[in-house]
Structures are given as structure tokens and as C-alpha cells.
Write a protein that binds this ligand. Structure first.
Ligand code: SAM
Ligand code: SF4
Ligand code: SF4
Length: 336
């Protein structure tokens, strides 16, 4: 089966799968409590794609050229026996890389099981090493020490190198950038700085709160000797550097100040089975309805081809005051 390309010539390579819209954190930039409060209604369990249904979609996507899958959410480790999904995906011929993004809170319990099931790589989100700042950002009083335990558990389970995602917000945790670099200098981890993005419509995004990746680079380069690391593959979103003489690698993800839409090979599947061709899309394509109406892998493949061939998304390249007001789905729903 030849690889499928969109209207801008971009192939489909990566699939991000959100397995739940629920989370035990309320990060202020993602699921602010004022919106995701006690009375917020999450998806009923029967609306979530079953692992078997996810498998059908992934097999069809792999037959079209997808090489890499990332399991995300919401918090993916809240989904019951998530290691079974990993185990199932591992059996798919042609799928080269299975990764997961997690807040790390359950990793001390789950890291070993995930590694045994065949997970290749893990990304843990961690916005500060300062306990007060971290608790304020996750907004559920979760202590930073337990996320650090989760990172250690992942390293011990062999899920190395562990990536660490830090979303930087001006005036909130930008002072924690250098301490993070210094803390992880001697560890085989990749520390990635992510610009605060205008995903969804509930996180009160303002351009003034974004710390440009270039500015972060300057701050770190003024303190430590950095050298470029080669990009792993075309379409890699992070600009990568090494700190000379140390195992630590740094990545700068500048989705706001230097968009990378022209290399975007990624589709996203929401927990209830809607496929989105852009993080900033307002509408998805319903694969759960298709599969529950009896569609098999071939029919799913045909629909994927149709959708991908019609794709022309480049939101970050055309971001402006006007695009701010467009309807967009939430990050916790679509999967970061
Ligand atoms: N709960 C998991 C976690 O936090 O790692 C997985 C889902 S979370 C939506 C995936 C990633 O998106 C996290 O690294 C998070 O920091 C990032 N994220 C969420 N909202 C964001 C925003 N407004 N701007 C930039 N990154 C964001
Ligand atoms: Fe939860 Fe992850 Fe969103 Fe934080 S970023 S609220 S951990 S889904
Ligand atoms: Fe891809 Fe959309 Fe992000 Fe551009 S804005 S890089 S098309 S997800």
C-alpha cells in the first residue's frame, strides 16, 4: 500500500491516541479547575474506544505509513490496564515505535509493566522542581517528589532515554528553567521546553505569557556550553542540543514562535474515536461510529485515505488575532 499524502504533500507518519479525557491533575494551562470542576461531566466509559477498536484503526494507519504511535490523554495511566493496549499494539507488524506521554504520578506502579508490555519510550511532564510552584501548576497539591520517583522508576525499567516536557509560562515557572537543567545534567534524559500554546478555549492563553524558545535557549546558553545534536528524522518538532560533556539533551519546541506545520505528519485520535488532522482543529471524523456500524480494517483504511488526502491544516503558520476566536477542542480531549 503506497503512503498517503495530504494536499501539501505531507505523509501520515504519527498517530497520537488519547485513551481517556480524565486526569488526576488540573494543570492551569490545560484543565483549569474553573472549567474542569467537580461537576464537569467526562465521557461515559461506553463512549471510549475499546482497545480492540483502537487496534483496528492503528493497523489501518500503519498500512498507510504510520510508524509511530503515542498513547496520551487526559492521563493515560488512569485507563484500566493500559499495558494491555501496549501489548496489543506491539504485535502490529510495521509499527516501529510505541511511546506514551504521562504526568508520571502512577509511574512508580506502572513503569515496569509498561516496559514488559513493549513500550519503547516515555515522556513525563514536569513543569518545576520547586514544590510550591509545581503544586500551584498541577493545582491538586501533587508533590514534585512523586513525579521524580516516577522518572526514576521509568529509567530503572529501561524506558530510556526518558523525555521530560516542561511547559514554560512567563512569571509562573520561567525562573525554574535553569534549575531543571542543572538537576538533570547527569541523567540520560531529554529535557524539552514547550511554549505555552493556545490549544482549546479554556486556558486563558495570552501571547504575553509565552516565553519564546529562543529566549530560553539564550538563558541556558549563557550559563552552560551547548552544542547542536542532529535531528532524528524529518518532521521532528524539537530543536535539539547537548550540554557539552553531559548525557543530558535539551529540546526546544517553538510551536508558537516558529511553527513547523510544513513537516507535520501527525493525526490525533480522541478517546471517543474522533480523528483530528490538526491540534487546533474544531471538528473530528467519527471512527467509533464507523467501526460500531460494522466497518472492518479495509473500510477504516479507505476513510483514513479520504480524510488525509483532503487535509490542508497549517494553523500555527496562520495563527493571528482572528484565529484566536475559532472554536477548538481541548488538549485533554484530543491528546497533547
Ligand atoms: N496527562 C499527560 C501529561 O500531562 O503528560 C498527557 C496529556 S497532556 C495534554 C500532554 C502534554 O501536553 C503535556 O506535556 C502537557 O504539558 C502539554 N500541554 C497541555 N496543555 C498545554 C498548553 N496549553 N501548551 C503547551 N503544552 C500543553
Ligand atoms: Fe492532566 Fe496532562 Fe492536562 Fe496536566 S497536562 S491537566 S496532567 S492532561
Ligand atoms: Fe500540525 Fe496543526 Fe500543529 Fe501545524 S498547527 S504543526 S498542522 S498540528
Amino acid at each position: 500500500m503506497p503512503a498517503v499524502t495530504d494536499t501539501l504533500g505531507r505523509p501520515l507518519r504519527d498517530l497520537r491516541i488519547s485513551v481517556t479525557d480524565r486526569c488526576n491533575f488540573r494543570c492551569t494551562y490545560c484543565m483549569p479547575k474553573e472549567v474542569f470542576g467537580n461537576d464537569f461531566v467526562f465521557m461515559p466509559r461506553e463512549e471510549l474506544l475499546h482497545y480492540g477498536e483502537i487496534g483496528v484503526i492503528v493497523r489501518a494507519a500503519v498500512s498507510l505509513g504510520v510508524k509511530k504511535v503515542r498513547i496520551t490523554g487526559g492521563e493515560p495511566l488512569l485507563r484500566k490496564e493500559i499495558e494491555w493496549l501496549v501489548r496489543g499494539l506491539r504485535k502490529i507488524d510495521g509499527l516501529e515505535d510505541i511511546a506514551m506521554t504521562t504526568n508520571g504520578s502512577a509511574l512508580p506502579l506502572k513503569a515496569e509493566l509498561l516496559a514488559e508490555a513493549g513500550l519503547d519510550r516515555i515522556t513525563v511532564s514536569l513543569d518545576s522542581l520547586d514544590d510550591d510552584t509545581f503544586r500551584a501548576m498541577n493545582d491538586v497539591e501533587f508533590p514534585v517528589a512523586r513525579v521524580l520517583d516516577g522518572i526514576d522508576a521509568a529509567l530503572e525499567a529501561g524506558l530510556s532515554p526518558v523525555k521530560i516536557n516542561m511547559v514554560v509560562k512567563r512569571g509562573v515557572n520561567d525562573a525554574d528553567v535553569l534549575p531543571m537543567v542543572e538537576h538533570f545534567l547527569g541523567k540520560p534524559v531529554v529535557l524539552r521546553f514547550i511554549e505555552f500554546m493556545d490549544v482549546g478555549t479554556t486556558n486563558g492563553w495570552r501571547l504575553e505569557d509565552v516565553v519564546p524558545a529562543g529566549e530560553l535557549f539564550q538563558t541556558i546558553a549563557a550559563a552552560l556550553p551547548l552544542e547542536p545534536a542532529d535531528p532524528n528524522y524529518v518532521g521532528e518538532v524539537a530543536r535539539r542540543f547537548r550540554v557539552k560533556g553531559h548525557p543530558l539533551e535539551l529540546g526546544f519546541i517553538s510551536s508558537v514562535t516558529q511553527p513547523f506545520c510544513s513537516d507535520c505528519h501527525r493525526a490525533r485520535l480522541s478517546a471517543d474515536g474522533k480523528l483530528y488532522t490538526c491540534l487546533f482543529a474544531s471538528e473530528g471524523h467519527d471512527f467509533k461510529a464507523l467501526i460500531r456500524a460494522g466497518a472492518d480494517e479495509d473500510a477504516v483504511r479507505e476513510r483514513l485515505i479520504e480524510i488525509w488526502q483532503a487535509r490542508g491544516d497549517r494553523y500555527s503558520e496562520i495563527r493571528s488575532d482572528d484565529t484566536q476566536d475559532l472554536p477548538k477542542v481541548e488538549m485533554s480531549y484530543i491528546g497533547g
